[in-house]
Design a protein around this ligand. Structure first.
Ligand code: IDP
Ligand code: MG
Length: 153
């Protein structure tokens, strides 16, 4: 079953959106298989956002993402990578539709509340930054049969 890395950014924590955001993913049917709170340091920011090092917004991004605790999680489910991106909404909240997390709760790209991996490969890379194998839980839920037609593997 596909997995993705999702992170409630420091503004999401400060603005009391942790419960609201987790609730959306839970209600959708995705399974939380890992979760923790942590504060990122500069080295973690450079690792996570390696592709953005050197871009004009990188320093602001590094300051933002290390400015307070984040909630890191791994979600599991069918097409979870693309679906979480859709639920998060466009990177710039000005372009994020209503009903998306960024569309409903954010205004500026530099305070866009949530992160979600952009591909299965990115998800694998990002999950490994934040979680060891022992920190991820493999388990079944009785509701799985009410969320999937076929029992998920
Ligand atoms: P994504 O988070 O939707 O994958 P990316 O383009 O990978 O978007 O950018 C990573 C993060 O960097 C964004 O979520 C946002 O917090 C920040 N960011 C991206 N572009 C800008 C910008 O132009 N100004 C300020 N921050 C930006
Ligand atoms: Mg990205």
């Amino acid at each position: 079953m596909e997995r993705t890395y999702v992170m409630i950014k420091p503004d999401g924590v400060q603005r009391n959106l942790v419960g609201e955001i987790i609730s959306r993913f839970e209600k959708k049917g995705f399974k939380i298989v890992g979760m923790k709170m942590l504060q990122m340091d500069r080295a973690m920011a450079e690792k996570h956002y390696a592709e953005h090092i050197g871009k004009p917004f990188f320093e602001a991004l590094a300051a933002y993402i290390t400015s307070g605790p984040v909630v890191a999680m791994v979600l599991e489910g069918k097409d979870v990578v693309a679906t979480v991106r859709a639920m998060n909404g466009a990177t710039n909240p000005a372009n994020a539709g209503p009903g998306t997390i960024r569309g409903d709760f954010a205004i500026e790209v530099g305070r866009n509340v949530i992160h979600g991996s952009d591909s299965v490969e990115s998800a694998e890379r990002e999950i490994a930054i934040y979680f060891s194998a022992e920190e991820l839980c493999e388990y079944r839920k009785v509701l799985d049969n009410w969320i999937y037609e076929e029992s998920p593997e």
